[in-house]
Design a protein around this ligand. Sequence first.
Ligand code: FAD
Length: 362
Amino acid sequence: MKKTEYLVIGAGIVGCSAAYLLTKQGCKVTIVDKSYPCNEASGVNAGGMELLQQPPQSLPVHILAAELWDQFQNQDEIDVGYHRTGGLFCVLKEEDLHLLDEQAERFAKNNLPIERLNQEQVKEKIPYICDNVIAANFSPMSGYSNPLKAGVAILMKAKQLGCEFYDHQFVKDIKPAADGNGYVAYTENEEFQAERILITGGIRSPWLLDDMGVHIELEEKHNMITVTEKAPHFIDYTITTPTMTMKQTAEGSILIGGGREGYGDLNHNDKRKDVSIDGLCFNVKEAQDIIPSMKKLNILRSWAGFEGFTPERLPYIGEVEKYPGVYYAVTGFCGYCIGPGVAAHAIKCMNGEEYFDVKDYR
Ligand SMILES: Cc1cc2nc3c(=O)[nH]c(=O)nc-3n(C[C@H](O)[C@H](O)[C@H](O)COP(=O)(O)OP(=O)(O)OC[C@H]3O[C@@H](n4cnc5c(N)ncnc54)[C@H](O)[C@@H]3O)c2cc1C
């Protein structure tokens, strides 16, 4: 039996951030994953950090997350590939203009900087953009980080500070410890006893939580990413439309996300997910319509991954009523971007601190 103060179940961006932040506070932390770190959504996403399209109640957690991404990269010396480039939310149809007004209102409420751009101003920021973008909002808070390295780098830093990590430990059950000290998490070949447990299993969190009486409704999404060959730098900002996201990474590739979904069925085969060729063509066409010169670039790869959406697109963070001391932190939309903020919020809950009530932000 391995004993610890805090056990984190699931080494995605939320789990790795929680393990790091707790270890940094001086806690004894163990983190486990059923596979290797960031083998799921946190390792295959587009790395996009776009605050403009987020539900208003989630903005305070997003602001916290943005501060943490910056802190990881620029103070804690963890190379998460974070770049706060600023980003544009572009509108192509008159009937979508109201989205820009709503974003401006949400940002003003949260004292966040935002700039409304007309067609000419959009062109000044992105000279290669098409003529069909009629207006945009610009947020200097937007940017991206590199999912291929971020979560693992955060975990490695946690390990340097004393956190223990065990891979290939699929937690199947959690029960109160026989000696009365916290709980025991059972895997195939190991038992982990902890005073407090944080479940950060992403879209698979319900596999543990349902048995404990907590039901989180997660709509299964099969997001797709397409990546082009590298090109000299010509897009300085992240670009989002109501149906698509794109960015040119520091390395030069263009990453296209959003749009149509791929395939997958978590409950029948949790490993199998695939791209849809029709969906892929649709997404690439939309990106090419926005930046026509992209047509010159070859597509190198496309892939799909699972993501869970909550009905309100908000994260769920809390304590399991029947098992005091067991907590959960599950993202509900753009979970990579908000992930460190969700982890930090969960830690505040675990420490019994009053943080903020999302009801105040409706
Ligand atoms: C293709 C794609 C593109 C995306 N693009 C973006 C984007 O641009 N911006 C953005 O913000 N978000 C994006 N997302 C969403 C984002 O990736 C996820 O919301 C986020 O990574 C979820 O992080 P997590 O830590 O909660 O979960 P996960 O990354 O799913 O990690 C959960 C971990 O828990 C482990 N686990 C689960 N159950 C158990 C168990 N019982 N025992 C042990 N381990 C367990 C899993 O193996 C996994 O490693 C995208 C998602 C996909 C799939």
